[in-house]
Design a protein around this ligand. Structure first.
Ligand SMILES: Cc1cc2nc3c(=O)[nH]c(=O)nc-3n(C[C@H](O)[C@H](O)[C@H](O)COP(=O)(O)OP(=O)(O)OC[C@H]3O[C@@H](n4cnc5c(N)ncnc54)[C@H](O)[C@@H]3O)c2cc1C
Length: 467
């Protein structure tokens, strides 16, 4: 890695210059791969913030007794069913920093008309839960008799769940859980962008049978934990990429405008005099930021990019002394929008989770998805409002001993039904040499971001390899 604050780009032996805008997981993965595929090219990454990682942000927060708690501002853990994080970690040689992450679904509850109910993931809880009526349970059990949808058309997550499992299952827990994970409304959320595995599973006749077939097909594959994280935080992934990258990293530099001159892309930056000249540019920013940059050179693509809505969301992580808390018998609480509360979800971490020292509990509260006004509150008001919620929902009256707020303002993309067609149209409207990748496009999870970034790097490299 070479960090550079110089104002002009020095071109060596007329090597191609590739600029990547955005230094989150997508930008760093794309830059790393372009650098690997085109070792003679000069690759520069521009990142507006002074740190690398975007929505991957780990912070170690000191506690009053001298200990510390590891807080994740954004991503917590990565699913290995999608292999991209696992593969990259091994490629970067940082597998020793990985640790197993608990399956967040275990012990998760849902708020149902003010009552906290366990999500019925096992047969006994399913049969005994009051979350679903007998008719709702019977409807769920009919799922194997529902014909699979065979066409390639998109649908909302709500329509999919209504179709296969019934409306009650969707309203009572599946909608809140999946909508909560993606911080979106299941009625508009694109199934094919956010949960394509559901459509794949139903092709086997039923979701349960489809899952069993998948497990059988993978029986001879090497065993992996279902979820992984990192001993010192998920930022190990983006730090590892930045360290392995052989190009130029420029933090604290915002790309402000893009123009075309002399057959090359010119990128004006916040450094004023410093305009970068590039053969190709990869945009990995939220779609609204890419839209502004592309307005002059690709107005049609910019107009399409602007139609991708971004939510303001945030997390408030609060550390409590166990002795100050009532008994909490849950690992998480999903709060459906119909409950009309100012927060969206709570997740709980405590020992033996290595992030949290013995004697403490970490609660991570998600806000902004259901009530966008919460995302705008100043920090003291936010803490006071969340404190009232924790009292009302979990009888927590104590003050936290440490806390951190992270906000992603107008930066959490929403994939509506038909989103993948929209992304095809955006890509078709981009002039040669301009690319998009990242959470706003073909999947929001970190594995999806890496997959897209590496695919774009491969496409970008093709014409240069042929020269
Ligand atoms: C609270 C939360 C929890 C999550 N949990 C998980 C999880 O557990 N597992 C999982 O897989 N995923 C999770 N996600 C999703 C995942 O973290 C993100 O989708 C992913 O990290 C996005 O990466 P990205 O590089 O595409 O975008 P970003 O991380 O948003 O990076 C884009 C970067 O572009 C920069 N930028 C913007 N404009 C400019 C400009 N003009 N010039 C230069 N730089 C610019 C921004 O500063 C930013 O750093 C979570 C997300 C959030 C917010």
């Amino acid at each position: 890695m070479h960090a550079c604050g110089c104002s002009a780009t020095i071109r060596l032996r007329m090597a191609a210059h590739i600029v990547v805008i955005g230094g989150g997981i997508s930008g760093l993965s794309a830059a790393y791969d372009v650098n690997r595929l085109l070792p003679d090219a000069q690759v520069t990454v521009l990142e507006r913030e002074l740190r690398w990682g975007g929505k991957i942000l780990s912070e170690t927060v000191p506690l009053p007794d001298g200990g510390a708690c590891l807080i994740e501002g954004g991503a917590e853990s990565f699913v290995t069913r999608k292999p991209e994080v696992w593969d990259l970690v091994h490629e970067l040689g940082i597998a020793d920093q990985m640790r197993l992450a608990p399956n967040a679904a275990n012990g998760t509850c849902v708020l149902d008309e003010g009552r906290i109910r366990r999500i019925p993931l096992d047969p006994v809880t399913f049969l005994t839960t009051g979350l679903l009526s007998p008719a709702g349970k019977a409807r769920m059990l009919l799922e194997p008799l529902i014909a699979a949808r065979r066409d390639a058309g998109d649908e909302s997550l709500a329509d999919f769940v209504d179709r296969r499992l019934g409306r009650e299952a969707r309203e009572r827990f599946i909608g809140p859980v999946l909508g909560g994970i993606y911080n979106t409304d299941p009625e508009v959320q694109s199934l094919l962008t956010t949960a394509p595995v559901m459509r794949e599973l139903e092709q086997h006749g039923s979701l349960v049978w489809g899952s069993a077939v998948r497990m059988w097909e993978r029986r001879s594959a090497p065993r992996r934990p279902a979820f992984i994280s990192f001993k010192h935080g998920t930022q190990a992934l983006t730090d590892g990429l930045a360290a392995a990258f052989g190009g130029t990293l420029r933090a604290g530099v915002t790309a402000e405008a893009l123009s075309r001159q002399g057959g090359r892309w010119q990128i004006a930056t916040s450094e004023g005099a410093s305009t970068l000249s590039a053969d190709a540019v990869i945009f990995t920013t939220p779609a609204n930021a890419a839209a502004s940059l592309l307005a002059e050179v690709a107005p049609a693509a910019a107009a399409l990019l602007r139609t991708i809505h971004h939510n303001h969301i945030g997390t408030l992580s609060l550390v409590y002394r166990d002795a100050d808390l009532p008994r909490l018998n849950l690992s998480g609480l999903m709060i459906p929008r119909r409950e009309r509360r100012p927060i969206d979800a709570i997740t709980r971490f405590h020992a033996p989770n290595p992030r949290v020292p013995e004697g403490y509990t970490l609660l991570k509260v998600f806000f902004g998805g259901g009530d966008p006004r919460t995302a705008e509150l100043d920090e003291p008001t936010l803490i006071e409002r969340v404190g009232r919620e924790l009292d009302a929902l979990l009888a927590i009256k104590a003050q936290p001993v440490a806390w951190r707020v992270y906000r992603w303002h107008s930066a959490f993309p929403q994939a509506a039904v038909g989103h993948l067609d929209l992304v095809d149209d955006i890509e078709a409207a981009l002039p040669a040499g301009l690319f998009v990748a990242g959470a706003a496009f073909r999947g929001i999870g970190v594995p999806d971001c890496i997959r897209q970034a590496r695919a774009v790097a491969g496409r970008l490299a093709q014409p240069f390899l042929k020269r």
